[in-house]
Design a protein around this ligand. Structure first.
Ligand code: M6R
Length: 369
C-alpha cells in the first residue's frame, strides 16, 4: 500500500500536487468565482462577522498562522490564530459575530475539539477545516470545508498541511467575495494563481535530489535553525517541527526580525540555518530585510541554506546552499516553500536511522488533552 515508496511519508509528499488540485476541484467556477455551497453558514451571517479566530494544534496551527495573513489582507477582518490548548483556558472573548475556524486533519484532536466546544457555548459560529469525513470536529461544528488530501498515514503531516492551506485560502477569498472587500483584480488574479499551485508543487518535487544530499550531509548535527518573515515565519516553524518529530534534532523556527532580540547569540561556526526568502517582486521591503538577515548570520559563520524564488539573484552570494522554488504570489508561497523542508526532514530522519512513519512517543491523532 506504500505504492513502491519506502515510507508512507514519501508517498504522501509525492501525492501533494494531486491533493492540492483535488482540494480546489469544483470550488472555482468558470468565471473564476468561488463556490463553497457546502459551507452552510449563510452569506448574511458571514457578512456580519467582525472577527475570525483560528484554533488548531501542531502543523494545523502553522496552516492557521498563514491563514491569518491571507484573511486580514484579502478581507480586512481582524483575525487571530491561537493554539487550541491555550485558547480554551484563557477565557477568550467571542460572540455571534465571531467566526471560529478549527483546523484538524484527523478531526479527533481533543485540544481542538475542546476549543470549538467552548467557542460554540459562547455563541460563535464554528467552521471546521478537516480531512476526515464524519469525524468528531466537523460533526460538532456549524459547517465544514473538507480538505481532499485522502488518508494520511504517516504521523508527520505533509499533504494534509498543503490542503489545509488551500482550504484556508479558499475561505479567505470566499469571505472577500461575500463581503465585497478588495474584490477586484488582485483577488481574481490570486484565484487563477491558486489553480496553478498543484503544478508548481509538482515542479518543486522534481528538484529535490540536492536537498536530500544536503540533508544526508547534516546527519551528525545537533541543531538546525529556521528563519522566515511574514508567511515565511510559519513555514520556518513547520520546517522546525518536522525536524524535531522525525530527526529528533533540536530545531527552532524564528521570525527573522527577532534574530537581533536574542537568537542571534546562538549563531556559531557551521551552524545550519535555513532561511525562507519571500518573493523579491511585490513586497520588496520584506525581501530586502531578510537578505540583510542572511548577511548577518553568514558573517557570524552560519551555514546558510536559502529557499528562494527562481531568478532571485540577490540572495545567491550569501547562500551556501540555494534551494529554488517557483515564482508565486507572496501569500501562496508556503505551498511551495514547505515541500523542501518536508523532504529535508524525511531524509535526515532516514540518515539517522529513525523510524520515519512512526516517530517515537507520537501518535497520529492526539485524542487526549
Ligand atoms: O489531526 P490534527 O490536524 O488535529 O493534528 C494536529 C497535530 O497533532 C498534528 O498536526 C501534528 O503536529 C503532526 N504530527 C505534525 O506533523
Amino acid at each position: 500500500e506504500k505504492g513502491g515508496y519506502d515510507y508512507f511519508m514519501l508517498k504522501e509528499i509525492a501525492e501533494q500536487p494531486k491533493a492540492v488540485a483535488d482540494t480546489l476541484l469544483g470550488r472555482i467556477d468558470a468565471a473564476g468565482e468561488l463556490r463553497l455551497d457546502e459551507v452552510r453558514i449563510p452569506d448574511s451571517v458571514l457578512r456580519e462577522i467582525e472577527k475570525v479566530v483560528i484554533v488548531a494544534c501542531g502543523t494545523a496551527f502553522h496552516a492557521g498562522m498563514i491563514a491569518k495573513y491571507a484573511i486580514e489582507h484579502w478581507t480586512r477582518i481582524p483575525c487571530e490564530t491561537e493554539l487550541a490548548s491555550e485558547f480554551r483556558y484563557r477565557d477568550p472573548i467571542m460572540d455571534s459575530r465571531t467566526l471560529v475556524i478549527a483546523i484538524s486533519q484527523s478531526g479527533e484532536t481533543m485540544d481542538t475539539l475542546m476549543a470549538l466546544r467552548h467557542a460554540r457555548e459562547q455563541g460563535a459560529k464554528v467552521l471546521a477545516i478537516c480531512n476526515t469525513n464524519g469525524s468528531t470536529i466537523p460533526r460538532e461544528s456549524d459547517a465544514v470545508l473538507y480538505t481532499h488530501a485522502g488518508p494520511e498515514v504517516a504521523v508527520a503531516s505533509t499533504k494534509a498541511f498543503l490542503t489545509q492551506l488551500v482550504a484556508c485560502y479558499l475561505v479567505a477569498l470566499y469571505l472577500g467575495q461575500v463581503r465585497g472587500t478588495k474584490w477586484g483584480d488582485e483577488v481574481l488574479a490570486v484565484i487563477k494563481e491558486l489553480s496553478a499551485m498543484g503544478t508548481h508543487v509538482e515542479e518543486v518535487l522534481t528538484t529535490m535530489e540536492p536537498v536530500r544530499e544536503l540533508a544526508r550531509g547534516l546527519a551528525d548535527k545537533n541543531t538546525v535553525l529556521f528563519l522566515g518573515r511574514h508567511v515565511g515565519y510559519p513555514v520556518a516553524m513547520e520546517g522546525a517541527l518536522k525536524l524535531k518529530e522525525l530527526a529528533y534534532m533540536h530545531a527552532e523556527g524564528f521570525a527573522a526580525g527577532e534574530l537581533k532580540h536574542g537568537p542571534i547569540a546562538l549563531i556559531e561556526e557551521d551552524l545550519p540555518v535555513v532561511v525562507v526568502v519571500p518573493s523579491p517582486r511585490g513586497r520588496s521591503v520584506l525581501h530586502d530585510k531578510i537578505v540583510s538577515n542572511i548577511q548577518e548570520i553568514r558573517a557570524r559563520g552560519a551555514r546558510t541554506i536559502v529557499i528562494a524564488e527562481e531568478g532571485d539573484a540577490t540572495v545567491r552570494p550569501y547562500a551556501d546552499h540555494l534551494i529554488e522554488i517557483p515564482q508565486t504570489p507572496t501569500l501562496l508561497q508556503p505551498l511551495v516553500a514547505t515541500v523542501p523542508l518536508q523532504v529535508f526532514a524525511c531524509e535526515l530522519a532516514t540518515a539517522r536511522g529513525n523510524e520515519v512513519d512512526q516517530p517515537r512517543n507520537l501518535a497520529k491523532s492526539v485524542t487526549v488533552e
